[in-house]
Design a protein around this ligand. Sequence first.
Ligand SMILES: [Zn+2]
Ligand SMILES: [Zn+2]
Length: 221
Amino acid sequence: MNTRISNDIKRMLRIAKKYKINLAAIRLTPHLNAQLPAWYHIAAEHKTMQGATTRCLVQKHKIATVADLLKTSNRIRNAETEQHQPSPYCRCRDCNSDRLLNCLNPHACATEASVRLQKITPKLNPLTRPPLHDNLSLTPTRKARNSIAKKRNEDITFNPSVTSKTNLAECFRIFTNPDKISNLPATRHLTCPQVGDLPTITVATHYFIKVARTTMSLGWR
Ligand SMILES: [Zn+2]
Ligand SMILES: [Zn+2]
């Protein structure tokens, strides 16, 4: 995963600020969320930039993006797969490589990176688990059929999936009201067969029986 902020992204963020453009995607993929800048994150609970660990993360670990935070905090978040010990003297692979960067307390820095990640709002947080949703997403076969149908200008099956684009550049919008941008992840809830639909059928059946009886009573066969 690319951990540097590309010049394109920097340029976009600067222009976005100037023209009050908003990052207003319905949903971003974890990969896109990881490309966002780690510091002064657009949708994270504020945390001061003071402190030795924050300074170390910026100056020695060279953390720039959310992807960098993920990489540095991995030993804390996936304790069962890493051999990391919660101690400044830990000798695991990640702590040893941090020492090569002159980091004095790799465990404290990894913890700080993890805390910073937790402060990112769920919608833009790559650690947010995708919610359970309905089974209406298109299968790969149906998607393939759609792309053939598009080329032939034939009917396509609607795809209700709202996972965002492949590039952050496609997620910026002008003419948006920043107060109306939700930081909650967009979901499609699991739906069960609607019990409420049954009376309609019952009514129709009653109507049918009533019509049939009337027909019979009138002697129409
Ligand atoms: Zn360690
Ligand atoms: Zn450090």
